[in-house]
Design a protein around this ligand. Structure first.
Ligand code: CP
Length: 307
């Protein structure tokens, strides 16, 4: 694996290799992540053209735990504002000996464009491109599910909310189906689903109470207001009434169901605080696991000799 651009098309063996490698980076205590010398002498460059809290910082922590040098380009104060292209920016950072680019961009395909352009020894990780893919989020979500529900072949998972605009949902669906999860449901209003959603191998529900019945894993999504035009924007109150996760709706899932959310959360829109902070929530462990999973991805890419 030379670049990680998408989960779509990756074989199950690679996904398991990443998850198993992530497991090897965690310590005796669940929260402990080892420091290892695997990327000593390498430079990882984070270039985020869209805002981020979790992804950018966990990539930085992960790179440091791998003993890499880390360079965080501040895009808003970079020479992008003077008209420099994204590829010229990448070339200049490569001239400073960047070995790996972690890229977030509002345009789908941005990380692919960079991956096609960079020198053969340089690796690219997609940290979210438009509504297309967020592969490391998908992987850390699989790591989280495996931790709490190890028998992936016997699970019923529901993904709820704005699937249409969500790169996270796409990556989660590809990961879940590739790893052999037998039943993946999506629950959303028709206006927030891609037209060809059934082709992704999921069951579609428009009613939250029906869709939540007996599920093992509840994966909530944020309304991606920044990717919507006015006509699609539902009111927060109306959306919460129909598709917000409350304790009362969660009671329809299995009693030991876990609740996940990639963040950032909009409390009172897609999720009630009582659920987000409740006993079944694994939302903060997801963030923690992101460190080990991103370490696994970067160490596997750096060890790759693929052409
Ligand atoms: N889940 C996620 O991508 O969060 P950030 O936007 O904070 O990175």
């Amino acid at each position: 694996l030379k670049h990680l651009l998408s989960i779509e098309g990756l074989p199950r063996a690679i996904l398991n290799q990443i998850l198993d490698t992530a497991e090897s980076f965690t310590g005796v205590s669940e929260r402990e992540v080892k420091k290892v010398p695997l990327l000593r002498g390498k430079t990882v460059c984070n270039i985020f053209f869209e805002n981020s809290t979790r992804t950018r910082t966990t990539f930085e922590i992960a790179a440091k735990r791998l003993s890499a040098d880390v360079l965080n380009l501040n895009v808003s104060t970079s020479s992008q504002s003077k008209g420099e292209t994204i590829l010229d920016t990448v070339d200049n950072l490569t001239a400073m000996h960047a070995d790996m680019f972690v890229v977030r961009h509002s345009q789908s395909g941005a990380a692919h464009l960079i991956a096609r352009h960079v020198a053969p020894h340089v690796h690219v990780v997609n940290a979210g491109d438009g509504r297309h893919a967020h592969p490391t989020q998908g992987l850390l979500d699989m790591f989280t599910i495996r931790r709490y529900k190890p028998d992936m072949h016997n699970l019923r998972v529901a993904i709820i909310g704005d699937v249409l605009h969500s790169r996270v949902a796409r990556s989660e669906i590809h990961a879940l189906t590739t790893l052999g999860v037998p039943e993946v449901r999506v629950i959303a209003p028709k206006t927030l689903l891609p037209q060809d959603v059934e082709k992704l191998g999921v069951q579609v529900y428009h009613d939250m109470r029906a869709g939540l019945k007996d599920v093992d894993v509840v994966m909530m999504l944020r309304l991606q207001n920044e990717r919507m035009s006015g006509s699609l924007l539902p009111s927060a109150q109306e959306y919460f009434k129909c598709f917000g996760l409350t304790q009362e709706k969660l009671a329809l899932a299995k009693p030991d169901a876990i609740v996940m959310h990639p963040g950032p959360m909009n409390r009172g829109v897609e999720i009630d605080s009582a659920v987000a902070d409740g006993m079944q929530s694994v939302i903060l462990p997801q963030v923690t696991y992101g460190i080990a999973v991103r370490m696994a991805v970067m160490s596997i890419l750096a060890g790759s000799n693929d052409a």
